[in-house]
Design a binder for this molecule. Sequence first.
Ligand SMILES: [Zn+2]
Length: 281
Amino acid sequence: MQALTLGHFKITPVRAGSYWWDGGSMFGVVPKTLWSKSEPGDEMNRIEAGFNCYVVDTDAQRILIETGGGVRHDERARERMRLPDPPPLTEVLARHGFDPESIDVVINTHLHWDHCGGNTVDEGAHVRAALPRARYVTQRGELEHAREQHPRDAVSYRAVNYEPLIESGSMHLLDGDGEVAPGVEVRVMPGHTRDMMVVLVRSGGETWCHLADLVAFAAQVTPTWVTAFDLFPLETIASKTQLLGQAAVEHWWCSFGHDPRVSFAKIEVAEGKWRIGQNRA
Ligand SMILES: [Zn+2]
C-alpha cells in the first residue's frame, strides 16, 4: 500500500490486519448474487474486512485515524473471525516507521470495537493509552450511545477501548463538526450510528475523505448498498448521496472503513449511477 501525497500532506494507509465477517450482514438487503461479484465469500459466507487505519502527516502534526480491532479477543471470537493472531497496533505502526510517541491526535470516527480496539493497551491490571502523547477525539453523542448499551448493538461497544481514556483526560469529546488540526476536519454523517464522523483532509487545493463505515467497502458506493448494522439506513442513504455527490464533483480521493484491497479511490457518477473511478491499492 502506497502513501498518498495530498498537497503538502502525506496520507499513509495502515491496515491493522483484517477479519472475516458474514457477507450478508455487510451488504444488508443487497442479494448475494450482486455483492459476491466484488467480495467473494469463503465456505462460511464470510468476506474479508480490513481494519483500515490512516496516518495523516500535515505540516505540523501527525494524526492517526482509527486504531483497528485490537488484540483482546477470546479463542471463539478469533476462530469466528479468522483472526488467529491479531498484531498489536503499535507493532503495525512500527512496521510503517511510525513511533507511537509521534502520534499527536487519534480520531475515532465512532466507538465500535473494530475502530477503536487499539486505543488502549494492558499493562498488568492497568490499562493505558496505546498512543501515549495523543489527544484522542470522538463525538460526545457516540460515547453516550456506547454507554447506553442498547441491546441492538451493545456487543459493538467495549468500555476498555474508551473509558480509561475518558478517565485519564486523554479523550476529548466533540459536539458536532469541527477542525481537529489545521486542514483536518471531522463531520458528523449519521446513518451507521447517529454520530459517526467522516474525516476531511484538505491541502494545496486537494481533498481526501475517510468515509469510515458510511461506505465500508468500495462496492458500497451505490447509496442504497447499506450494511445491515446501520441503525438509521435511510439516513445512511441521504448522507452518502450528499457526500459522494460532492466527492464526485470535486474529485476527492476517498477511503473506506473496511475494504481489504482499495486504499484510495475517486468516485464517479455517470448516467445516474455511482461507481469507483481511479483507485489505488
Ligand atoms: Zn466498522
